[in-house]
Every structure is written in structure tokens, then in C-alpha cells.
Design a protein around this ligand. Structure first.
Ligand code: SER
Length: 318
């Protein structure tokens, strides 16, 4: 298949490009920045700005993809530092991608990366035992969350009005052996990376903080499985997906158990702590399970074993 990935230099994009290439697809990346080291040479790399409709349209019309994974966005922590930039990239970028898909001859399927940051005020209390469902009030407290709710709604509108095949997942915080970029959930990943690299990490949220988290191999599988699901099986366009919800202290414990002598401390940063506290502790992903068979495979322990081994190997070569 011909597959375009916007924001392909980001945390999810980098790993997805490699996976799609390994699966034999013709892959093109569209990103502002230059090629990420380690991405295979025959993944085509177009430098462009999602905010600029002409650049997005030229890229889509010329490549004629069958699927577009749309990831280009500013995340929650960066978005609070740069709310206007976040609005522009996330809102205009999503609209440009949807519009290009609508107008393209191939009318590609658009797969959207949404997020737990769409949740915020007025969630059910106490939180339901099996996590917050898909259809609770979406009242985010961050610009990032606002733009992602709007992206979900805009995509659903394109689907209803123009028959565009729009689908997406609400990602938990994602953890991989990569470089995170401006998210509030980055503390989990940094605990492993800095713990191994420097032997210490000061976590920017309190030790009892907990939100939904997921290991990247599960996240990539969610994307490709949702993309491959027959449209008739999908009763909705956007799905919660979950895996595990450890506290920050649980993560510290998992790292300490595998990295002797590591020192992990906690010092909450009020802005990021408030963002994190506005998100649910767990999501209910029964709809994803029912409609396209979604189920996470990694637990905290299984992920930690694999991640620590991979990071130790990776950092040896740096
Ligand atoms: N990982 C994202 C963030 O923290 C949530 O989608 O902003």
C-alpha cells in the first residue's frame, strides 16, 4: 500500500515509519524537520508544514496515498507554553490533511492520533471501575485537548458529509526507546532513559500520579489493526484504547528493580501536574475490543524488561 505519515519525525511517527517499511509498504513521511536517523533510506522524506495547505495538497495529490496517518501536532506541555502555535498546527494541520484527503483522487483513509487529553472536567466521579468510556463529556483543560476534540469532530463531519473514511484512537501516554516531544506523559519514558543514561531522574509529577500508559509496540499494532478493520465493523470513528495505569512510583520501582543504583526522585511541576490531574486514571476500551478486536499485550513488567534491555543496548552505541 501507499502510506503517508504526517509528523513522521515524532515519537509515534518514527516507529511507525520503520514498521510500515518493514511490512513492505511504500511509505512517505511529511514533516517540518529533516530525516530522523535510523529511518530506512527508501522511506521518502518530504519536508513541509501541515499548516500550509499548498504543501499538504501537493504532497497528497502527487503521492496518491491509500492511507494517511495524521500525527503532526504540538503536544500538551508544549501547547500550554505555546497555545497559539498549538492551535495553528493542530487545527489548521488537521483541516488541511482532511481537505487534501477529500479532494485527492485516491480519497485515502485518514487515521487520526487522538489522546486521553480530550478528557478533562466533569468526568464521572468516582471514576468507573473499568475506566472512563468513549462517550463521557469531553471538556479538556488544555489547548492540546481542545484541538484534539475538534479534530475528532471535524473528521467525523468529513465522514458524514463527504464519505471520507476517518478513524482514530485516543492514545494513552506512550513509552518507547525514543525521544519524547513536549508531552505531559513524558515522565514515564524519561524515567527509563535518564535513569539508564545518567543514573538519576527527577520526575516532574508526584509519585501517586497515574494516567493510562502504553508501550509503543501495542500502539503501533492498534494503528495498523484499526486501519485494516472492515469499515462495516466500526460503529464509531474514534476509540479509547488502554493498556495499564501505573503510578509514577510504580514506574520508579520497575526501573529501580532493573537498573541497580538508579536514583529517582519526585518534584511536581504545578503546570504539568495540573494537566495530568485533569486526565482519567484509566480508559474503558471495550468498544475497540468489540469492533476490531483490540487488546493490549504488554504489562508494566513485560514492557520494562524489554525497554531496559533495548535502551541499554541503544545507549551503549552513543
Ligand atoms: N502524551 C500526550 C501528552 O502528554 C498525551 O496525548 O501530551
Amino acid at each position: 500500500m501507499r502510506i503517508l505519515v504526517t509528523g513522521g519525525a515524532g515519537q509515534v511517527g518514527t516507529d511507525l515509519l520503520k514498521r510500515l517499511h518493514a511490512d513492505g509498504h511504500a511509505v512517505r513521511c511529511f514533516d517540518l524537520v529533516r530525516r530522523t536517523p535510523g529511518v530506512p533510506d527508501d522511506v521518502e522524506w518530504i519536508r513541509g508544514d501541515v499548516v500550509n495547505p499548498a504543501e499538504v495538497f501537493d504532497c497528497v495529490f502527487e503521492f496518491a496515498p491509500e492511507v494517511i496517518y495524521h500525527f503532526a501536532a504540538l503536544l500538551s506541555a508544549t501547547g500550554e507554553k505555546r497555545p497559539h502555535g498549538c492551535y495553528t498546527v493542530n487545527m489548521h494541520g488537521t483541516r488541511n490533511v482532511l481537505e487534501a484527503a477529500r479532494l485527492a483522487k485516491t480519497t485515502p483513509q485518514v487515521v487520526f492520533a487522538s489522546t486521553i487529553a480530550v478528557f478533562g472536567n466533569n468526568l464521572p466521579t468516582p471514576e468507573p471501575e473499568h475506566g472512563v468510556g468513549d462517550d463521557v463529556p469531553l471538556q479538556p483543560t488544555t489547548m492540546y485537548g481542545v484541538t484534539k476534540v475538534a479534530g475528532e469532530l471535524l473528521g467525523a463531519y468529513y465522514q458524514k458529509k463527504w464519505g471520507l473514511d476517518f478513524r482514530g484512537v485516543r492514545f494513552p501516554g506512550l513509552i518507547n526507546a525514543g525521544i519524547p516531544g513536549g508531552g505531559t506523559s513524558d515522565y514515564a519514558l524519561l524515567m527509563y532513559i535518564d535513569g539508564i543514561r545518567y543514573g538519576r531522574y527527577e520526575c516532574f509529577v508526584g509519585e501517586n500520579s497515574a494516567i493510562p500508559m502504553m508501550y509503543m509496540p501495542d500502539a503501533l499494532r492498534a494503528l495498523t489493526e484499526l486501519s485494516a478493520a472492515p469499515r462495516k465493523n466500526l460503529r464509531r470513528s474514534i476509540y479509547n484504547i488502554g493498556a495499564f495505569s501505573p503510578t509514577a512510583e510504580d514506574f520508579a520501582h520497575a526501573v529501580r528493580a532493573r537498573v541497580p543504583g538508579v536514583e529517582i526522585t519526585f518534584k511536581a511541576d504545578p503546570v504539568r501536574q495540573a494537566i495530568l490531574d485533569s486526565w482519567p486514571r484509566a480508559v474503558n476500551d471495550q468498544n475497540a475490543n468489540d469492533d476490531w478486536g483490540w487488546k493490549a499485550e504488554y504489562t508494566l513488567d513485560k514492557m520494562s524488561d524489554e525497554l531496559v534491555r533495548d535502551l541499554q543496548e541503544m545507549l551503549k552505541h552513543q
